[in-house]
Design a protein around this ligand. Structure first.
Ligand code: MG
Length: 118
């Protein structure tokens, strides 16, 4: 399973990468904003799952989500929005735009495992 981890916080990426490694997922590609994530996604396809932060500079998670869902190439890629407690109300908007699921940060490895479906 290959995961694209998108978050502008290097600390958050490190925590999530450690959790993914702990779940036996060794193929983790990181990006610090939506624009970088688009470039990396194209470069490293096939990707199974994208863990997507909401607030990021350059291109935010919601804009990235809409761009990915406009492109049939990425139809099979699951997108999990990683939101803060205060952004929870926007989850419906993200699901309508094509996100498959969401996690509220900070999340446990167990919650991550469940959302990854592994
Ligand atoms: Mg952020």
């Amino acid at each position: 399973m290959k995961v694209l981890l998108v978050d502008d916080s290097a600390t958050m990426r490190r925590i999530q990468k450690t959790q993914l490694t702990g779940l036996g997922i060794s193929e983790v590609v990181e990006a610090g904003d939506g624009s970088e994530a688009l470039t990396k996604l194209q470069a490293v396809m096939p990707v199974d799952i994208i863990l997507l932060d909401w607030n990021m500079p350059v291109m935010d998670g919601f804009t990235f989500l809409k761009k990915v869902r406009e492109d049939a190439t990425y139809k099979s890629v699951k997108i999990i929005m990683c939101t803060s407690e205060s952004e929870k109300s926007r989850v419906v908007e993200a699901l309508k735009a094509g996100a498959n699921n969401y996690l509220v940060k900070p999340f446990t490895p167990e919650a991550l495992k469940e959302k990854l479906g592994i």
